[in-house]
Design a protein around this ligand. Structure first.
Ligand SMILES: NC(=O)c1ccc[n+]([C@@H]2O[C@H](COP(=O)([O-])OP(=O)(O)OC[C@H]3O[C@@H](n4cnc5c(N)ncnc54)[C@H](O)[C@@H]3O)[C@@H](O)[C@H]2O)c1
Ligand SMILES: O=C(O)CC[C@@H](O)C(=O)O
Length: 526
């Protein structure tokens, strides 16, 4: 039974799939103190949050079983993703579900700002009738500068176009083609800042975007500009904004997000030009249902080891590629496991080579599987998420290469491991109807399925060796299921690979190693 802990308010309808799942126990506890959270997280398999719960390194340290953190929303700045990655915990978000709501909220803020609606409301209900004081401006014909033309920025652009605004956008990843399709003028940052009657930010908060709108940038703006932030507090320097409003450069600002949330009695709130909402961009019935449904499904997939798509700490794989790579994943992991077990010593370099049809694809996910397989023979708690991090931490070099050489198979994966003692390689392929096969160990051709208990023996090619090995195993009651031998030349070095029905004791291994002509004996478990 998976224990799913939900610590922020999530839509009931949205989490229905989790509530209905027979293999899931849902624990809903909101407004937990840090001590309570540290206690609850210990036994949770999954944690579902919005933006209130702070999933810090301290919290993650206590998590013994946690496989996945689901963020019902986009921003994961309340989650220590780096620590989660090190611990092999997948972080998933729901990037699409609240796009429309946030774009609509930004648009509502822009109109409210243009027409002084919050200020006029406050005055009117106080019994005043100040029609002259609240004269606004039209959106038509004004320039809206969008900084960050991703999901929300693009939806906002469409709405602004419908209101006959000129839309200009800066986004380092915006192509000319996409800008054209959206009817948006692509600009550099300074140009976008200098042109806007309204400037709105829709980037994530990163090292690069922190205080992106700062004192110097306010200097570049048109006098009377209006500023919006419905993305993340911190993208705009709040002190600089305060000064720019006081100096008259900025005519108004609409803020949904703040550097510190909740912002309390923020100095900006003393300025009548500032309107604010308490991080409401995604707060609609629809968005909350959407994000809760999306993240619940993702969490269920991950807990059940099924394919998922929105991991923040894993590269995203297009569905088409995912289905092509899927059959190779097990082969890749087994080759990594196999190679790591036949080479003694500390891992130094893992070289993976892909040949044939497979070499035309993005094979990074398979390299990750090979790494997971190889490292799991040496380290505990290795998974698909933390394998590259663990390799880097230990100074293991990963070389990934594609080869056009013909190895005699439609596709082939070769894993070569170098340790501080020696180097060995293992190759494998997928054979129609037979699944994963190991086709070569070092220079020896072989054909065996990588599964179960295997015995890898290096020996001299001389009469009687196979018989002696069989006799020892027989004496100890070990049944041999299959056997493969390989040699390059008569009387030279040779290898033996046996499928055995159960594992060997240290005693049996010792006896085998003492046999005449045997160079090494390695038990492999896959
Ligand atoms: N107020 C809310 O309730 C609410 C709701 C949802 C999302 N958000 C926030 O809105 C923001 C945008 O969300 P989204 O779903 O559109 O994200 P997105 O990832 O689809 O878009 C972000 C865009 O910003 C661009 N970008 C990154 N760095 C940039 C830079 N230095 N300058 C200019 N552009 C840059 C990226 O290329 C990308 O196109 C995020 O910060 C998200 O957390 C807020
Ligand atoms: O949970 C929320 O309402 C915040 C959502 C929003 O900031 C997000 O990043 O998705």
């Amino acid at each position: 039974m998976y224990r799913v802990l939900i610590t922020d308010p999530l839509s009931d309808l949205g989490i229905q799939k989790l509530l209905d799942a027979k293999d899931v126990e849902v624990i809903r506890k909101t407004d937990l103190t840090l001590e309570e959270l540290l206690l609850e997280i210990e036994s949770a398999d999954a944690l579902l949050v919005r933006s209130q719960t702070k999933v810090t390194a301290e919290v993650l340290e206590k998590a013994r079983r946690l496989k996945v953190i689901g963020r019902a929303g986009v921003g994961v700045d309340n989650i220590d993703v780096a620590t989660a990655t090190k611990k092999g915990i997948i972080v998933v978000n729901a990037p699409d579900g609240n796009t429309i709501s946030t774009a609509e909220h930004t648009f509502a803020m822009m109109i409210a700002l243009a027409r002084n609606i919050p200020q006029a409301y406050r005055s009117t209900i106080q019994g005043e009738w100040k029609r002259k004081e609240f004269v606004g401006i039209e959106l038509k014909g004004k320039t809206l500068s969008i900084i960050g033309l991703g999901r929300i920025g693009s939806e906002l652009a469409k709405r602004a176009k419908a209101f006959h605004m000129n839309v200009i956008a800066f986004d380092p990843y915006l192509s000319e083609d996409r800008a054209k399709k959206l009817g948006v003028q692509k600009a550099d940052f300074k140009e976008a800042i200098m042109s806007g009657d309204f400037i709105t930010v829709h980037t994530p908060l990163t090292k690069e975007t922190r205080h992106l709108i700062n004192r110097e940038v306010f200097e570049w703006m048109k006098p009377g500009v209006r500023i919006l932030n419905c993305a993340r507090g911190g993208i705009i320097d709040e002190d600089a904004l305060y000064e720019a409003i006081q100096s008259g450069k900025v005519a108004g600002a609409a803020l949904d997000v703040f550097e510190t949330e909740p912002p309390g009695h923020h100095p900006l709130f003393s300025l009548p030009q500032v309107i604010a909402t308490p991080h409401l961009g995604a707060s609609t019935i629809e968005a909350q249902e959407n994000v809760a449904i999306d993240v619940s499904e993702e969490v269920l997939h991950i807990l059940r080891n099924e394919p998922f798509k929105n991991a923040v700490n894993l590269p995203s794989i297009p569905a088409e590629l995912q289905s092509k790579l899927q059959p190779y994943q097990s082969l890749a992991e087994k080759l990594g496991q196999f190679a790591a077990q036949i080479v003694p010593g500390a891992l130094e370099t893992i070289t993976v080579t892909f040949a044939g049809e497979i070499a035309e694809w993005d094979i990074a996910p398979l390299t990750r599987m090979i790494l997971k397989g190889a490292l799991s023979c040496h380290l505990s708690d290795v998974n698909y998420v933390n394998a590259p991090h663990l390799a880097k931490q230990r100074g293991i070099q990963i070389i990934e290469q594609k080869s056009s050489k013909n190895y005699g198979f439609t596709q082939l994966i070769r894993v070569e491991i170098t340790t501080d003692q020696e180097q060995k390689s293992v190759s494998g392929t997928l054979l129609n109807g037979l699944g994963p096969r190991i086709t070569k160990i070092n220079q020896y051709s072989i054909d065996i399925s990588p599964e179960g208990h295997l015995l890898f023996i290096q020996h001299k090619d001389q009469p009687g060796t196979i018989g002696r090995v069989g006799t020892v195993l027989g004496n100890y009651g070990i049944n041999i299921a299959t056997m493969q031998v390989g040699r390059k030349e008569i009387g030279g070095q040779a290898i033996m690979l046996l499928h055995i029905d159960k594992g060997l004791t240290a005693d049996i291994l010792h006896t085998l190693k003492q046999l005449d002509g045997i160079d090494s004996v390695t038990e492999i478990v896959l």
